[in-house]
Write a protein that binds this ligand. Structure first.
Ligand code: DGT
Ligand code: CA
Ligand code: CA
Ligand code: ZN
Length: 575
């Protein structure tokens, strides 16, 4: 069992403990442990096997949790979890994923109506029974029905970062098989789509057929959905994500990579271009129509080249103008991870982060960054112990002193300032003016009417200190759609005022997304890509943000944190 899975068990148990109305302190200790474990760089079970070491040496893991982990290692579950699962069915956990339904409501629904599945929940809302519960009304029924719709649309999809971790594991496993020459991911994963339906892997080499057998006998494989000579499909891991593995001859590998990378829309357009030029294109080859003679198929590049196109980066393959651009040789030179020279959104123990400023700086320095901005929360986020004016001014002063000593990386004093309901900033302009770098973010009242939300953001843009709008749409992938507002208007106004837009690289957000980035760029906006890290480990999430930027056709020059420290400092200095 891996850390990821242990973390998931603990956080699910924490959810059930909350439904059961258990002590908030205990619930939090489970939750905190889950978050520590999830990003812990070493496998816990390895530590457990080592007689020289103790789990309790890991900060955030106390005796109780260490005991739980030992129990998990021994038998795959633990007593508290078993008890809770005996009382509440595992489907109750699914209810908690419905936006707007907290543990208290789930517990009420269970006690009064034995609601334990989302179908039960839908019925209770449709039959107008939800409103009979304390503090519930017709509005709640309406809201939950809407949330259910959204939930069903995203059900069965997975975060890109999760898909990538499964793919990495399987690619390493399959690559080690004798005679396997290449293993690559295709599909939405290769295109860097923010959520994926399943994982598509392509294998070639004399060992490819063996690889299919070995794949379905992998210890974490669940149901095998199909197995033929060239393809195997099966569910993987606790999450049951579907993985399709295809075995291919080397001469078809390029054609197959092209075909199975998709998107379907891109492929349809490409095939029709091929036909117009006298070719047929399928997953095996590109061939001449007249005599069926194969002209390409080993490598993707030769397929695109024969069709008169520059090779198209997978992130652009959505049939949104990339084929035309490739034909006219005007595809942009997309930004790359190595272009990034700093991270401009992160939290420390001052608010709700797990590490100190120095620890975050050290981790960023090790990544080779030249600079970072420390951006803790402002006071409106009281639960996160957000900074008030006094602490903000003090913090700015402290950062000036730290930079004098030098940590081997330049620190910009920043803040993720709350944008209040009326669009005003959570802190006074005097306090904000002390800082180098102010992000403005919406964290509350996210259900405003689109008009009201647009006005709110317009007013926020008036703040002279505001540098960038953080996670601009507020979406949480698979959980909550972005709030509605007039995006083009805000992009225009941000561009006019020189306020940048953030690409939040946190894998649960990936906000903004490709299409929005293209719109914003067309309005003249500039961007930052930042991780919103709450832990040094999260700084590694930058890659997901870069993928979004690529899906938005952005180049390095569109993104401000590709600038050198000196250039960046000049860009944020007030004139
Ligand atoms: P996903 O898995 O829903 O996130 O999205 P994709 O794009 O990975 O879709 P998937 O796994 O169904 O298929 C992989 C690629 O195969 C897809 O992007 C394009 C290609 N393909 C082209 N035509 C077809 C078709 O008729 N059926 C399927 N299943 N795939 C096709
Ligand atoms: Ca797929
Ligand atoms: Ca598939
Ligand atoms: Zn935020």
């Amino acid at each position: 069992m891996e850390n990821r899975e242990i973390a998931r068990m603990l956080s699910e148990t924490a959810d059930l403990m909350e439904v059961a109305g258990e002590d908030a302190f205990r619930v939090r200790s489970y939750r905190n442990a889950a978050s520590v474990i999830e990003s812990y760089p070493e496998q816990l079970l390895d530590i457990l096997k080592d007689p020289e070491r103790k789990l309790t040496d890991i900060p955030g893991i106390g005796k109780g949790i260490a005991g739980v982990i030992a129990e998990i290692a021994e038998r795959g579950s633990f007593t508290r979890r078993d008890e809770l699962l005996a009382k509440y069915p595992p489907t109750a956990l699914e209810l908690l994923r419905i936006p707007g339904l907290g543990p208290k409501s789930v517990s009420l629904l269970f006690e009064h109506f034995r609601v334990s599945t989302i179908d039960d929940l839908e019925r209770i809302c449709r039959e107008q029974k939800l409103r009979t519960l304390p503090r519930m009304g017709p509005k709640h029924e309406e809201k939950i029905l809407k949330a259910l719709q959204q939930y069903r649309r995203s059900a069965g999809r997975f975060l890109l970062s999760f898909g990538q971790s499964v793919a990495d594991e399987l690619i390493a496993y399959l690559s080690a098989i004798e005679g396997v020459e290449k293993v690559n991911a295709a599909g939405s994963l290769r295109r860097g789509k923010e959520t994926i339906g399943d994982i598509d892997l392509l294998v070639t080499g004399p060992g490819a057929a063996t690889a299919l057998d070995r794949f379905i006998s992998h210890p974490k494989i669940g149901d095998v959905l199909g197995k033929g000579a060239n393809k195997a499909s099966a569910r993987f891991g606790m999450e049951g994500i579907q993985v399709d593995v295809r075995a291919l001859p080397a001469e078809s590998y390029g054609a197959a990579m092209q075909y199975f990378t998709g998107s379907k829309e891109h492929n349809v357009a490409l095939r029709s271009r091929a036909l117009k030029m006298g070719y047929t294109l399928n997953e095996y080859e590109l061939a001449r129509l007249e005599d069926n003679v194969r002209v390409a198929g080993t490598a993707e590049e030769e397929i695109y080249e024969t069709l008169g196109l520059a090779w198209i980066p997978p992130e652009l393959r959505e049939n949104n103008g990339e084929i035309e651009a490739a034909a006219e040789r005007r595809l942009p030179k997309l930004i790359e991870l190595s272009d990034i020279r700093g991270d401009l959104h992160m939290h420390t123990q001052e608010s709700d982060g797990r590490a100190t400023l120095r620890e975050m700086a050290e981790a960023a320095r090790r990544l080779g960054y030249e600079y970072i901005a420390i951006t803790d929360h402002s006071k409106a986020l009281a639960m996160a112990n957000g900074l008030d004016e006094r602490r903000t001014v003090e913090f700015a002063k402290q950062v000036r002193a730290i930079n004098k000593d030098g940590l081997g990386i330049r620190i910009f004093s920043g803040l993720e300032c709350d944008i209040r309901r009326d669009g005003s900033m959570d802190l006074s302009e005097d306090a904000l003016a002390e800082l180098d770098f102010v992000i403005g973010s919406v964290h509350s009242y996210m259900n405003l009417e689109p008009n009201e939300m647009t006005d709110r953001l317009l007013r926020a843009l008036e703040s002279p200190s505001l540098r960038v709008i953080g996670h601009p749409t507020g979406r949480m992938l698979l959980h909550r759609e972005g709030f509605g507002f007039d995006f083009e208007r805000i992009a225009e106004e941000a561009a006019r005022r020189g306020v940048w837009m953030e690409i939040n690289a946190s894998p649960e957000r990936l906000d903004l997304a490709g299409m929005q980035l293209r719109i914003a760029k067309s309005k003249g906006c500039r961007f930052t890509i930042s991780t919103d890290a709450h832990h040094p480990q999260h700084l590694l999430n930058m890659r997901w943000g870069v993928l979004m930027a690529r899906r938005g056709w952005l180049t390095a020059s569109d993104v401000m944190n590709t600038r050198s420290a000196a250039e960046f400092a000049a860009a944020i200095s007030r004139n």
